[in-house]
Write a protein of this length. Sequence first.
Length: 252
Amino acid sequence: MRQVADTGKVVFVTGGGSGIGRGLAEAFHARGARVIIAGRRREVLEAEAARYPGMELEEIDVADPDSVAACAARTAARHPDLDTVINNAGIQRIMDFSGDDLPDQTEIAAEIAVNLAGAIGVARAFLPILKRRPAARLINVGSALGFVPLAAAPVYSATKAGMHAFTVALRRQLAGSSVTVVEIVPPVVETGLHRDQTRRPPKAMPLDTFVRAAMSALDAGGTEIAIGPARALRLGARVAPKLFLSLVNKPR
């Protein structure tokens, strides 16, 4: 497929300093877009932006509505031509509700605040900017676990199921507008998302492989983009949910 040039596009990426966000930011930058990476860790953002001349950074805590609103206002003032927002920030924790030592409520709330409430808040804050453009995209990064949950990560899986439902509903609401609502559904990808876990998930897709596939699907105009094994899980959740739940959660 012919690569599409993105010269003239302005792309804002939450969680843009690492993982999938970083990979997508670098891909858009390589294709000529003006890219703003956003996140909580300024030193990580500065190190990433220093590697790519012209890449900008914004500090944002997506779990804090005031931080999101302030970041959106700054971005609108500096980049009124913003036409792409990638809602990518996320965290994943292993949590076990089966025993007496239950997960910490603060950690539960933090995961929901970043992965779901934060993503909804970013959409709310940035949609007024996107709606002013003749053609724009809000790209939500979901997960295959939003279709078939990983029992060891129940809150993460729930937030990604919520992200999927939010994206579907938002796409319908905005069908008559200039904003296209896209969901990218990754499989397990080699990123720092799992850095706090004792074991890395097996058969993780290399980040560069994932980014190439995602960019190709975006070029083709896809709106629900399931990559690699995520396609099978999305289908399996519909046709054989018990089987695929067992496959995802089989002992390793």
